[in-house]
Ligand binder design. Structure first.
Ligand code: PLP
Length: 389
């Protein structure tokens, strides 16, 4: 089970839930602006380039807010690269475990940086990139990670992501301009420093030929206990030592704590004896609306949950027996129709929703906690279900 990240309980307390339809994601643009201030300062202090990882969050209505501060996007393939090019601009950096011939011409058109995952893909596409003047690099697997959960550890021996660091001598570095690694997950600075210390001995003879080093995502920069001072000093030193442009491509940290998912209790079943818990059926399906609850898995935080109280097992409306959010405490058992609010639901949620069982996507509302302005920016209906089938 992935540990649930703690959030600041003050977020979203001023939101009038009676104005929010259910189910609905609400994004607080004030929180996004506060997060972006941290990245803006880091850029000023270190000259690092920061890209939004679209895999974590790709709501294009918000791109103007992000692109005021950030340098571009990190894309996982053709569609994210095209979205980034069309709506975000700046540096589009595309990495995929393997590119397909049929898509590669377009990927080159949309991207300024391409990161390859293997020596064979570099050899295959090297000339094309050089001819089209596209800057390319290679993803390495540092073979070092502090991520305990295997699914999120991209740097183990059997990982398919990147060339093993000790195999780099097999690569002909002609025209290779960059090095990329991504081996952190919701981590503080020390994990980055430890990882870099493992990488450096293998890179120190190669950096002279390079233009950029991309440190991937997973840096939990906007968390209150993140050691920003150490990161700042590290980035400055790295720049001096390597003379390369340093790039970060966080996703989660950029939208951290900016979103909630609001649902309501539709019905109860059981709970009339001590052996079987109260089971509340909600209009939020973890399978469809918070897939990481099942996939990670993890237990999302419920707003205002007391440490003890009436226990209710909350689940979704789909047919899957495991469409269960988790067991939660309430001061008193909520009534049918009462709202339930799950915290920190911006990243890796809207990008992962699906129409399993034909269950509708939640609406999306932008709210500003300072001005209290509220705007529905997305609503879904049968047409959306119909067009994807
Ligand atoms: C290559 C790459 N870059 C960036 C990210 C963004 O990571 P995060 O959202 O944890 O910051 C990921 C996430 O999986 C990734 O695989």
């Amino acid at each position: 089970m992935l540990q649930t990240v703690k959030v600041n309980k003050k977020y979203f307390t001023k939101l009038d839930l009676s104005k929010i339809p259910s189910p609905c994601y609400v994004i607080d643009t004030k929180v996004l602006e506060d997060n972006l201030k941290i990245f803006s300062q880091l850029k000023t202090d270190t000259n690092v380039k920061i890209l939004l990882a679209l895999k974590a969050f790709s709501l294009k209505n918000l791109f103007p807010i992000f692109s005021n501060v950030l340098d571009g996007v990190c894309a996982s393939g053709i569609n994210e690269a095209k979205l980034g090019k069309k709506y975000f601009g700046g540096l589009i950096s595309t990495y995929s475990p393997a590119f397909k011939d049929i898509e590669f011409d377009d990927i080159i058109k949309y991207s300024q940086h391409i990161t390859f995952n293997s020596i064979s893909q570099i050899n295959k596409y090297r000339n094309l990139c050089v001819n089209k003047n596209v800057n390319f690099g290679v993803r390495i697997n540092p073979l070092y990670s502090e991520v305990d959960i295997l699914k999120y550890n991209s740097s183990n021996l059997n990982s398919r992501l990147g060339i093993h660091i000790n195999q780099l001598d097999k690569l002909d570095f002609t025209d290779v301009k960059g090095i990329h690694f991504h081996s952190l997950c919701e981590q503080n600075f020390d994990a980055l420093e430890n990882t870099w210390n493992k990488i450096w001995p293998y890179l120190k003879n190669k950096v002279k030929k390079l233009e950029w080093i991309n440190l991937g995502g997973g840096h939990h920069i906007t968390r209150s206990d993140y050691n920003l001072n150490k990161l700042t000093n590290f980035l400055l030193e790295l720049k001096t030592k390597t003379n390369c442009q340093i790039i970060l491509e966080p996703g989660e940290a950029i939208v951290f704590q900016s979103g909630i998912l609001v649902g309501e209790i539709l019905d109860y079943i059981h709970g009339d004896n001590d052996k079987i818990p109260n089971i509340g059926i909600t209009d939020i399906s973890p399978v469809c609306h918070m897939p990481d609850v099942i996939e990670a898995p993890y237990r999302p935080l419920l707003m205002n949950e007391p440490t003890q109280g009436k226990k209710v097992l909350l689940g979704g409306p789909s047919c899957l027996a495991g469409d269960v959010i988790g067991e939660y405490n309430f001061l008193k058992k909520p009534n049918i129709g009462d709202k339930v609010v799950f915290l920190d639901q911006a990243h890796y949620t809207l990008v992962k929703t699906n129409f399993f069982n034909g269950i509708n996507h939640p609406k999306v509302i932008l709210w500003n906690s300072e001005s209290n302005d509220l705007k529905v920016i997305k609503s879904f209906d049968f047409k959306d279900f119909e067009t994807r089938n």
